[in-house]
Design a binder for this molecule. Structure first.
Ligand SMILES: NC(=O)c1ccc[n+]([C@@H]2O[C@H](COP(=O)([O-])OP(=O)(O)OC[C@H]3O[C@@H](n4cnc5c(N)ncnc54)[C@H](OP(=O)(O)O)[C@@H]3O)[C@@H](O)[C@H]2O)c1
Length: 290
């Protein structure tokens, strides 16, 4: 199949690029914002024509959660209107759309892993714009899947793991919130899950939750990163009240990946995936972390 990937310069887009060689039965085509702007019809159509796309995977998004509170229209354009446009184009062409959403569509008040049909109620602008993107896709009637994921990290781009490693290298002992609970997701695992789902028929528009296995706090996550890297510094646990941010975060947003697991997709344990990512970061770095 010819698979067109938008948002290819982001961490998830780069993760698809990384694993593409393992799926040599498919041809993947990649476009960053300059080659395919998801808010501009001609730009997207041109990319899909050029790649003769039979599947569209959209990794493009506005992901600056705090900045979105001040840049609401930019976030809306990219997270709500962009996916709406892509879903109309996909529907017109009769090709499936794979899109990504977030645990931040949930209010974060529960204590049980969240399932796909649990009630949504985003607490910040980013979550509201992502939920609007989901709704537009469902309304368009196009086929495919929406993957809600959480705490995405990888060896690429800006993410929590790379930030913690940078701080550890600088000998800084970070203060990290211990009262927000979720599940991290290695972007390479998510990309792999998507490629496996593409082997199965995509009839309706399904929502799937996908994160690595485990329920942890950001503090636990940082602590494990420091431990794997062997940094001498200590991570300090703090409360969300001690770390105010522009956007509110859900206190509990663990995703249940049971539905996708029933499709035969492996759900990997968070510590194992973190180790794999750390090895990749170390091999890409010219600086030794120890
Ligand atoms: N990161 C997380 O923790 C997290 C958690 C849950 C869900 N998700 C979801 O997972 C998906 C992938 O996230 P990610 O972490 O890979 O994001 P990312 O690293 O921020 O990448 C997003 C990419 O989209 C591009 N983009 C922005 N506007 C665009 C436009 N109009 N047309 C084309 N490309 C555009 C960005 O380009 P520029 O750099 O030029 O702006 C960037 O390369 C997103 O749907 C996100 O909402 C992420």
């Amino acid at each position: 199949m010819n698979i067109a990937v938008t948002g290819s310069q982001g961490q998830l887009g780069l993760s698809f690029r990384k694993i593409s060689a393992s799926y040599s039965q498919h041809r993947l085509f990649f476009a960053g914002r300059t080659e395919a702007d998801i808010t501009r019809r001609e730009s997207v159509e041109h990319f899909l024509d050029r790649s003769r796309a039979e599947v569209l995977i959209n990794c493009a998004a506005y992901t600056a959660v705090d900045r979105a509170e001040k840049e609401q229209s930019a976030a809306w354009l990219i997270n709500a209107e962009g996916p709406a446009l892509l879903s109309h184009i996909a529907k017109e062409r009769g090709i499936p759309l794979i899109h990504f959403s977030t645990d931040y569509v949930f209010p974060g008040t529960g204590h049980q892993p969240l399932r796909e049909n649990d009630p949504t109620s985003p607490q910040n602008t980013y979550g509201r714009t992502k939920l609007a993107g989901e709704a537009a896709i469902k309304e368009s009637g196009c086929r495919g899947a929406i993957f809600r994921t959480a705490w995405l990290y990888s060896e690429f781009g800006h993410n929590f793991v790379r930030t913690m490693i940078r701080l550890g290298q600088q000998g800084i002992s970070p203060r990290v919130v211990a009262d927000q609970i979720g599940s991290p997701t290695y972007a390479v695992d998510l990309a792999d899950a998507v490629m496996r789902i593409l082997e199965q028929p995509l009839d309706g528009m399904e929502i799937y939750h996908y994160s690595n296995e485990g329920c942890i706090s950001w503090f636990d996550f940082a602590h494990e990163i420091f431990s794997i890297a062997g940094f001498p510094g200590k991570v300090q646990a703090i409360s969300s009240a001690e770390y105010p941010t522009d956007a509110a975060r859900p206190a509990y947003s663990v995703l249940s990946s049971q539905k996708i697991a029933h499709k035969g997709i492996p759900i990997l344990f968070w510590k194992n995936s973190l180790r794999r990512c750390y090895t990749e970061i170390e091999s890409l770095s010219t600086v030794s972390f120890r």
